[in-house]
Design a protein around this ligand. Structure first.
Ligand code: HEM
Length: 545
């Protein structure tokens, strides 16, 4: 009798309508709990968006997807330009952010990590605690900061070979017929292979492995978007399910990479133990080796584990692959849709032919690549104009007491967020005349004009420094695609080499038709969805095969 009553009760409770109502109530109450947990900012800070309170917050969450850029544009004119901070709404699961004016960039970036954290901000944005399968991303980030740039010169020939073979395989050798190719897919055939040269060395030639890393990053971006739409309080329940594809992809890729790492661990251990057989042996320079070297140097034997090392590569694959693909995509779209009368692709082709000719043996050197002023400028200008996120510098307040800004007197409590507005800065006519035009020689003109001056007109050291700082890897408070300060992207020196070699090889070996109109991205919140349908028409130059 009791059993039949309880089963009747259960049946009546489990009607689809009731389940939907319960789920809806649960979600709404989770949003309310989330809302009450979010940090509150000083009332003295001005706001953009649809207003405060519960109704305003709900409108802001919905409006975030379509209105974020408009809010930041408005904030730039009203507040940033007048050296004032302001608050902009965020996605539902995230706290609102305080946008810091350019004049206070140094203040923001010089605060120590124990007060204002880049790590926590990155982890929250990408839900790294769930998505990177339980690894600490500071291990690979630290290793990359320390080892990448110092090993870059030695890696140039291998990177160049990878660039050439990946481009040949993607664009083909037909010198007669024009091929119409999807540019996004073409770049996905090139950039991940080349990028993986510094991550996994020779294994970058294993297509199945490289494809798995691209799938991992795709899953990461997708999951991040999904989780951003859930109240944070539900993440511990929802996230383990959302990130199941990450585990699956990692397991698949580990079948390929696991034996490579096991062997490297074995060989490096024998070398470190002074085994005579290994005296002349040197490990391949790549992140796998740098992680092992770092763990050996720190005496962190627990980190000398193949599974952990392979998981530690994942945050770097994320930081490196799509950022570079989008940047290359923007660069080619900007360049090919520039006015054909200016013949900019031809100008860059001529420059790289001249510079490579001076190298003698057909291989780039660091000096040769750094002499590509115009190519460097064309990339820097595209990164200025065609940014892929409204902001790329976010910091989270982790100090218990919060932070107080002395210049304006406002306070942000623990858990609050601060950001630098890249979009407004990059399009400010006071910093960049005609800011919405793609002017590929914007920076090289100044550098070249300076070089041609007689010696006596180059005696001002400040001016010399200012000119030198126009190269694409130099960050500043007015140029933020790689962010700025001590957490500025450590991969940017590699990216500069990679993109210059890609562009030089493409332009020297292929004809590409101009594009009549620059395909536009779609914005969702503060990031773009690139125009991934864009196509280019391309044909191998005669006499280059
Ligand atoms: C065009 C391509 C790239 C762009 C636009 C880019 C941009 C950025 C930005 C904006 C940051 C955030 C810094 C901050 O929070 O202040 C960053 C961090 C980082 N990037 Fe890149 N990146 C690119 C390529 C790469 C590559 C190829 C690698 C590795 C080979 C890499 C490794 C990293 C790492 C490890 C960090 C974290 C640094 C830290 O927290 O100290 N990036 N990048």
């Amino acid at each position: 009798m009791a059993t039949s009553i309880s089963s009747q009760l259960l049946e009546s409770l489990l009607t689809p309508g009731r389940i939907a109502t319960v789920l809806l109530l649960f979600t709404v109450s989770s949003f309310i709990v989330d809302f009450t947990w979010k940090p509150r900012y000083s009332a003295s800070l001005p706001r953009v968006g649809f207003g405060g309170g519960v109704v305003g917050s709900i409108r802001n969450w919905v409006g975030y997807v379509t209105h974020f850029n408009r809010w930041v544009e408005e904030g730039y004119e009203k507040y940033t330009k007048h050296n004032r901070a302001y608050v902009v709404p965020s996605a539902p699961s995230r706290p609102q952010e305080v946008v810091i004016p350019r004049s206070q960039t140094a203040w923001l970036l010089e605060l120590p990590d124990r007060i204002l954290s880049a790590k926590e901000a990155h982890a929250d944005l990408m839900h790294g605690d769930y998505q990177f399968l339980g690894t600490d991303d500071q291990f690979p980030i630290g290793a990359l900061h320390k080892h990448l740039t110092r090993n870059l010169v030695g890696l140039i020939p291998a990177i160049q070979n990878d660039v050439h073979s990946a481009i040949d395989a993607t664009f083909g050798a037909d010198t007669e017929n024009w091929k119409s190719l999807n540019l996004w897919e073409a770049l996905l055939g090139i950039v991940p292979v080349v990028t993986n040269r510094v991550v996994v060395g020779e294994t970058c030639k294993n297509k199945e492995f490289v494809d798995s890393q691209v799938s991992f990053v795709d899953a990461l971006v997708r999951n991040s978007f999904i989780l951003n739409m859930f109240p944070k309080i539900l993440h511990p329940v929802v996230a383990p399910f959302v990130v199941l594809p990450n585990w699956w992809i990692w397991r698949k890729s580990f079948r390929i990479l696991g034996p490579v790492i096991e062997k490297r661990l074995h060989d490096m251990a024998r070398k470190a133990a002074g085994d005579a057989e290994y005296e002349a042996w040197e490990p391949e320079e790549c992140l796998i080796t740098w992680l092992i070297r770092q763990a050996q140097a720190d005496g962190a034997t627990g980190k000398l584990n193949a599974a952990l090392i392979s998981k530690s590569l994942l945050p770097i694959e994320f930081a490196a692959i799509h950022t570079t693909v989008i940047t290359g995509h923007n660069l080619l779209l900007d360049l090919l849709s520039s006015d054909p009368k200016d013949k900019y692709p031809e100008v860059l082709r001529e420059e790289s032919t001249r510079a490579l000719g001076a190298e003698g043996d057909g291989y780039w050197t660091k000096t040769g690549l750094s002499n590509l002023y115009r190519t460097d400028s064309a990339i820097r200008e595209s990164m200025r104009l065609s940014h892929f996120a409204t902001a790329l510098t976010h910091r989270k307040v982790i100090a218990k007491e919060g932070i107080t800004n002395a210049a304006e007197g406002w306070h942000v409590p623990q858990g609050g967020y601060l950001m630098l507005d890249l979009a407004g800065t990059h399009h400010d006519p006071d910093l960049y005349p005609e800011p919405h035009a793609y002017d590929p020689l914007r920076f090289s003109r100044v550098r070249e004009e300076y070089e041609t001056r007689p010696k006596e007109e180059k005696s001002d050291p400040e001016e010399a420094l200012r000119v030198k700082r126009l190269g694409m890897v130099t960050t500043s408070d007015a140029y933020l695609p790689f962010s700025h300060g001590r957490h500025a992207c450590p991969g940017r020196f590699f990216v500069a080499h990679e993109l210059k070699m890609i562009l030089a090889y493409l332009l020297r070996n292929y004809e590409i038709k101009p594009i009549a109109e620059r395909p536009k991205p779609i914005w969702i919140g503060q990031t773009i969805v690139p125009p991934i349908d864009a196509k280019i028409e391309i044909r191998r130059r005669k006499g280059t095969v």
